[in-house]
Ligand binder design. Structure first.
Ligand code: ZN
Length: 313
C-alpha cells in the first residue's frame, strides 16, 4: 500500500482536512466548524477525530498543518492567534498530533502553506520566485524566494503583505498598524465599501437585501453604476498592493486566490494592466499575474508538501 499524508487547514471559522496521496492528489476531504471559543482541547480533539476518519487503516507517512496565526514551525507551536482560540497560544499542535498518530508532523502559518501548495502543485509550478496572495476576510500572503519557502528567525517573513501600510491617514487595523492593505483590498473591504455608500443613500440595484461579495460582483458584471465605481476603487487598492509585493519580493509570478477569484475575469485583467504600467521590474512587464488554480485544496496540498519535505531548506 502506498503512503498517504494527513493535511489540515485550520482557520478561525473552519477546519478543512484531507487525505493526500504521495503524488499530490487530495483523495478525501472533511470540513467542520472550528468552534475555537470552546478552547484548544476541543479543537485538538476534532483534529484527531478527523484524522482517524480520514486515515484509518492507511499507511500514514506524515501530517502537515496550516494554522492561522503566528506559528513556530520548528516546534509546531501556535505563538499568537488574537483570541480566535483563547487558550491555544503556547500549545504545540504539531507535538500533539505527532504523539496521537506516531508520524512526523509539520505545522506552519496557513497563508504560507497555501503559497507552498500553489507553488508545488498549482499556478506557481515551475517558478523559483512566487508571491501568493489570498483575498478573503483579510489578505494573506506567502512567498517563495530562490526556490525556498521564505521564512525568518522572527517567523513573519512573507506573511504580513496584508499589513503593508497603504494609507498613512487610514483606519486602525486589527493588527495595531494604521492603514493596512487588507483594510482596503480584502473581500470584506469591498462589501463594506458598498454597504457604506448604500447607507449614504446612493442608488444601486443592491439597495435592500444582504450584501455579499458575489452580489457586489454580480452587480458589477451587469454594469450597476455604484457597484462599478466601488469596485474600481477597490481594484486600485488591490493592484497597488500587488505592485508593492513585487517591489518587496521581486517574484517571477504573483498568484492571486480567494473567493473573489471565482470572478477572476473581472479582477485579473485590471490588476495585470496596473502592474504592467506601474511595477518596477527589469525588464519592464516581466512579472506575470495569475489566478490560483487549486481553490481550497491549495492549503491542504501545501500542508502535505510541508511534511513530504524538500521545500523549506
Ligand atoms: Zn494590519
Amino acid at each position: 500500500m502506498s503512503q498517504v499524508y494527513l493535511a489540515y487547514d485550520v482557520g478561525g471559522t473552519r477546519i478543512k482536512s484531507g487525505l493526500v496521496s504521495a503524488d499530490g492528489r487530495v483523495l478525501r476531504r472533511l470540513v467542520v466548524p472550528t468552534e475555537g471559543h470552546l478552547g484548544v482541547r476541543h479543537v485538538l480533539g476534532k483534529l484527531v477525530e478527523l484524522g482517524r476518519q480520514l486515515a484509518g487503516g492507511q499507511d500514514l507517512g506524515g501530517i502537515g498543518v496550516g494554522f492561522t496565526g503566528v506559528i513556530d514551525p520548528s516546534t509546531g507551536t501556535v505563538l499568537q492567534l488574537n483570541g480566535k482560540i483563547p487558550d491555544v497560544e503556547g500549545v504545540s499542535v504539531g507535538g500533539y498530533l505527532q504523539e496521537a498518530f506516531g508520524v512526523p508532523t509539520k505545522v506552519d502559518n496557513d497563508a504560507r502553506v497555501y503559497a507552498l501548495g500553489e507553488w508545488v502543485y498549482g499556478a506557481g509550478r515551475g517558478y523559483s520566485d512566487v508571491v501568493c496572495v489570498t483575498i478573503g476576510t483579510g489578505v494573506g500572503t506567502g512567498v517563495i524566494a530562490g526556490g525556498r519557502l521564505l521564512r525568518s528567525s522572527g517567523l513573519l517573513a512573507g506573511i504580513l503583505g496584508g499589513h503593508f501600510t497603504v494609507d498613512v491617514n487610514g483606519s486602525l487595523c486589527s493588527c495595531g498598524n494604521i492603514g493596512c492593505w487588507e483594510v482596503y483590498a480584502s473581500a470584506t473591504a469591498l462589501v463594506n465599501a458598498m454597504a457604506d455608500h448604500l447607507g449614504r443613500g446612493c442608488g444601486s440595484e443592491l439597495v435592500g437585501g444582504e450584501l455579499s461579495v458575489e452580489r457586489v460582483l454580480g452587480a458589477v458584471e451587469r454594469g450597476d453604476g455604484l457597484a462599478c465605481w466601488v469596485f474600481e476603487r477597490w481594484l486600485r487598492y488591490l493592484a497597488s498592493g500587488v505592485v508593492t509585493l513585487i517591489h518587496a519580493y521581486d517574484p517571477q509570478v504573483v498568484v492571486i486566490g480567494g473567493g473573489v477569484m471565482a470572478r477572476g475575469e473581472l479582477v485579473l485583467p485590471r490588476v495585470r494592466e496596473h502592474v504592467r504600467a506601474h511595477a518596477w521590474t527589469y525588464p519592464k512587464g516581466r512579472v506575470e499575474v495569475r489566478g490560483a488554480e487549486l481553490g481550497d485544496d491549495a492549503a491542504l496540498l501545501g500542508a502535505a508538501a510541508l511534511v513530504m519535505g524538500g521545500y523549506d531548506g
